[in-house]
Design a protein around this ligand. Structure first.
Ligand code: SF4
Length: 280
């Protein structure tokens, strides 16, 4: 697609991040976006490399801080399509505070998390979403705490679009990212994106055996209670749109927000897009 850069990914062969990125690029193209009008913010980790491999404006930010940067980009440049990408170590440990506030602010952007349940770039330490008992270099006897449930955090923080996808199910993953882009507000997509090098528990086979698509069962994405049941189910990994508030009001359209935002200072270049280009 137009969104593919000429850089060759250095991800390990078979890494789930390939499928996650391909779906993101397809979803952006199929929703009518153009690289000139798209800004990708990434954090740190294997997932953070994505800004190099995709062709758009991009910022490779600080660990756990991609969301506040994305929020600033979108508020200063409302016409840009803003996508934030990260991993579970990046977004649900050091970045978890930002995550909750980004969810409740409901700024109109998309957050895609490549959740492989391990720290890959630093060679295999337990992450916030590692399953309880998982033996890693930092937990040789197995982790002894339950994992963070990012979708439960999002639901309780007032999330308006919460989806789960699986990187190797290309068509479904692309569709879910598209729906997140189209959502009026903060579109959150957690993606099972296996790390084939350091995680021998949360493998492709594990997910294939555990996944239930909510499209195949009686599920109403508008129902908070049903979303809660799917998200807290410890037996199955539900994918699909788990929750969507069709009446979502994005941050800038909330009553009292317009007019309360800081003015762009005198002397700044005309048009926010020009400002972004200067930085790039
Ligand atoms: Fe992917 Fe894991 Fe390799 Fe990182 S270490 S590129 S997450 S397979």
């Amino acid at each position: 697609t137009d969104f593919k850069s000429d850089k060759q990914p250095t991800w390990c062969p078979g890494c789930g991040d390939f499928g996650t990125m391909n779906g993101m690029m397809k979803a952006l193209a199929e929703t009518g976006n153009h690289p000139d009008e798209t800004f990708l913010v990434a954090g740190i980790g294997c997932s953070g490399k994505i800004g190099t491999y995709m062709h758009s404006y991009a910022l490779h930010g600080v660990h756990g801080r991609a969301l506040p940067v994305g929020t600033g980009v979108k508020l200063a440049n409302p016409d840009l399509e803003v996508m934030v990408a990260g991993g579970d170590g990046d977004g649900y440990s050091i970045g978890v505070g930002h995550f909750i506030h980004a969810v409740r602010r409901n700024v109109d952007m998309t957050y895609v998390v490549m959740d492989n349940r391990i720290y890959g770039l630093t060679k295999g330490q337990a992450s916030p979403t590692s399953q309880e008992g998982f033996e890693t270099s930092t937990s040789p006897e197995g982790t002894n705490v339950p994992p963070v449930n990012p979708k439960a955090l999002a639901l309780s923080a007032g999330g308006t679009f919460i989806a789960q996808s699986f990187s190797s199910d290309s068509q479904r993953h692309t569709e879910l990212v598209k729906r997140a882009i189209e959502h009026d507000g903060f579109g959150f997509v957690n993606v099972y994106s296996p790390c084939v090098t350091f995680n021998d528990v949360d493998t492709y086979d594990y997910f294939r055996d555990s996944i239930v698509d909510v499209e195949d069962i009686d599920h109403d994405p508008g129902s908070f209670d049903q979303a809660k049941d799917r998200i807290l189910d410890s037996e199955k990994e539900h994918i699909g749109i788990l929750y969507q508030d069709e009446d979502s009001v994005p941050y800038v359209e909330r009553e009292g927000i317009e007019g309360s935002m800081a003015e762009i200072p005198d002397g700044a270049p005309d048009g926010a897009t020009d400002l972004v280009r200067e930085f790039y």
